[in-house]
Design a protein around this ligand. Structure first.
Ligand code: MSP
Length: 662
């Protein structure tokens, strides 16, 4: 019988930098779903990849003195390594610089042009380079990008346009008739009310002001807008537009595109419109997940708060990190990352509940029966309840997984783990061992616990792919039939003459206080190394550039000026710096964040005078190494003709830190 198909995708990532734990969340979640479906017998196609064109990549590559392709080649290696480290079981990895993709996108663009869905005109409007998005004046929020809050640039150029407006009513109708299309539901209302109902404007789909993109074949000065290029990946990866589109015929329409909330708009409006124009069925679902945030703010390189997943995996192992991500964040909502919560979860859920359950069970079978359960067994009063909870867990996990509620699925699984631990406390094997005639009951109790662990070990496979093997080894489970998903729905499959072998502790307990300090240092070190490496590369590229660099103009435009982000900060600590007469090392609180900023104001301000002062900070200045440490920004001061300094501050002394200046 032919197996049911399941096509699932992650967004394709911008190789603009090393990916952080936030990016990993999206991919781990998609991976858990793909693994779950495979275990349920589906023929799964799991796609991920990289989105390599666009002005942002072009600029970064230029800064580093490399061609964009050489630059993305380098970053893609790291991305693939990260997915390997995180045990991501993708079936295909697409790069938008792949030849077949480029050709197929050119074909799609030409077809849309030939049939009149794309036409030539001129564009004038606002462009956010980091998001690669166009906005009209009224879409901006306080003059900034509505998606990421960063500055936008005025762009004026000849452009091809896609008739997005033509599809507006069909998309609204489709969403209303298919309430499952965009999940969670709240995102659907947001799209309909905020974007579709107010009216869609045609979309500029080509650029002429930079080079790094797929050329429009029939008009060489133009390159294809990066989102048209990127969204097409979901079908070009399957061979759409090539000589062999058998995978496309087999797997399309996709079951689900998993995407972060800030790119839901592209996936639920532009992508459906493109597919409607191409007369291709729409994906069955777009799932918009929330962000992993740090102290309420988005992780970002410029803030300097990104967490490198490699550091975490090195310290705690991949399964612990996958578990944390999937358990801590309710899918669809934002979740907070913090070191304490991570260690807490590892200690309580993994070391105490799961790890301890396995080691105490194997330990007791070894101690009481020399590692081998006797065949003849009795039964205890607590058996029926454990059997019921165990065999019902699968159904509950399935119900949660079908809705992509990973956290709920894990809660169900941990209910079974805790129930099994409680069963041990109820049956009290250490008392049963003392009376000879109770030994059959003891064997029955330990059999029950072992069978429950077998069910748990099979059900945790999608979330923690390495741990089941470790458990099976200790319980002596080799028969593949005992590891299938369906086998968890049946109680008592484990051989009655079980032979166990104690192994290493699966999840060692962590000393919270000691570990917190170490982890903090490791994360900080990785942040500094990554910033320092980038600075070094940019410096090298700068040196390599010829001396005929244009001079800084005497006049700058408002677009130049708004690139400088100024914020109000409050100095919460300040100290003199050994070996420097001028420098003070300040800790400045800017909103929720605390930064170290050095400033050369020591003769004019003492550390005591600094503390409590509201200062103005050049916030998005590249971090600089000063006195062996990175300084994150600059405190602004006025400088008179004698070189005396006076700090800039806010007129109202109680004005909140973190406020924007400008
Ligand atoms: N290239 C586009 C996607 C094109 S898909 C046709 C893109 N790339 S991205 O690298 O910026 O982001 C990829 C995914 O990572 C997005 O879904 C984004 O939401 C997700 N995340 C980036 N930072 C994140 C967090 N801090 N938390 C959770 N997900 C995050 O967008």
């Amino acid at each position: 019988m032919e197996r049911e198909k399941y096509y699932i995708t992650t967004p394709i990532y911008y190789p603009s930098d090393k990916l952080h734990i936030g990016h990993s969340y999206c991919t781990v979640a998609t991976d858990a779903m793909a693994r779950y479906k495979r275990l349920r017998g589906y023929d799964v196609m799991f796609l991920t990849g990289t989105d390599e064109h666009g002005q942002k990549i072009e600029r970064i590559a230029e800064k580093q003195g490399m061609s964009p392709k050489a630059y993305t080649d380098k970053i893609v290696v790291g991305i693939k390594e990260l997915w390997k480290t995180l045990n991501i079981s993708y079936d295909k990895f697409i790069r938008t610089t792949d030849d077949y993709h480029i050709k197929a996108v050119q074909k799609i663009f030409k077809q849309l042009y030939d049939q009149g869905d794309i036409y030539k005109s001129a564009y004038e409007g606002w462009y956010c380079t980091p998001c690669e998005s166009f906005f009209t004046e009224h879409q901006l929020v306080d003059g900034k990008c509505p998606d990421c809050g960063r500055s936008v640039e005025m762009v004026k150029e000849e452009s091809y346009f896609f008739r997005l407006s033509k599809y507006q009513d069909r998309i609204i109708q489709y969403m209303e008739q298919n309430p499952e299309f965009l999940q969670p539901n709240t995102r659907q209302n947001e799209m309909i009310n905020n974007f579709l109902k107010p009216g869609l404007e045609d979309l500029a789909v080509s650029r002429t002001s930079f080079q790094w993109g797929i050329p429009v074949e029939f008009d060489p000065g133009h390159i294809v807008y990066v989102w048209i290029d990127a969204l097409s990946n979901y079908i070009t990866a399957l061979g759409y537009g090539s000589d062999d589109d058998s995978l496309f015929k087999k797997y399309w329409p996709a079951n689900v595109h998993v995407v972060g909330k800030e790119i839901v708009r592209f996936h639920s409006i532009i992508w459906p419109a493109m597919l409607m124009a191409l007369d291709i069925p729409l994906p069955k679902q777009i799932f918009g997940h929330g962000w992993l945030v740090i102290n309420g703010g988005k992780m970002s390189k410029s803030v300097g708060n990104v967490v490198d997943p490699n550091v975490l995996v090195d310290k705690y192992g991949v399964d612990a990190i996958r578990y944390f991500l999937l358990r801590e964040i309710a899918f669809g909502q934002d979740g907070n990352f913090n070191n304490e919560a991570l260690i807490q979860r590892i200690n309580s859920d993994l070391a105490n509940d799961l790890g301890n359950l396995v080691s105490r069970t194997v330990g007791m079978i070894e101690k009481y029966f020399g590692g081998q359960l006797p065949e003849k067994q009795g039964g205890t009063d607590f058996d029926a309840d454990l059997e019921k909870v165990a065999t019902q867990t699968t159904e509950k996990v399935e119900a949660a997984m079908e809705k992509m509620l990973f956290s709920d699925a894990l809660i169900e699984l941990w209910n079974l783990i805790r129930r099994t631990n409680k069963y041990i406390d109820e049956t009290q094997p250490w008392i049963l061992i003392k009376e000879e005639d109770k030994h059959p009951d003891l064997a029955a109790a330990l059999y029950h616990v072992a069978e429950s662990i077998r069910i748990i070990s099979v059900l945790i496979q999608p979330f923690m792919p390495n741990t089941p093997e470790l458990i099976w080894k200790q319980l002596g489970i080799t028969d593949e039939a005992l590891k299938t998903w369906d086998s968890t729905k049946q109680w008592g499959l484990l051989s009655k003459t079980l032979k166990v072998e104690k192994g290493a502790v699966i999840f060692p307990r962590i000393d919270m206080k000691k570990e917190l300090e170490e982890l903090e240092l490791a994360i900080k070190a990785s942040q500094s190394t990554s910033i320092a490496n980038q600075a070094k590369e940019e410096e090298k590229a700068q040196e390599a550039k010829s001396a005929d660099e244009p001079e800084i103009p005497e006049e700058i435009t408002i677009e130049d000026f708004i690139k400088v982000q100024l914020k109000v900060g409050e100095v919460i600590a300040s100290e003199t710096v050994k070996k420097s007469k001028k420098l003070l090392r300040n800790q400045v609180k800017i909103g929720e964040e605390v930064r170290v900023i050095f400033s050369g104001i020591s003769p004019w301000y003492t550390p005591e005078e600094m503390v409590g002062k509201k200062v103005i900070v050049a916030y998005n200045l590249k971090p600089r190494k000063m006195m062996g440490e990175l300084s994150y920004g600059m405190i602004l001061a006025a400088d008179d003709e004698n070189g005396n300094l006076s700090l800039l501050t806010t007129d109202k002394a109680d004005f909140p830190s973190g406020s924007e200046v400008g």
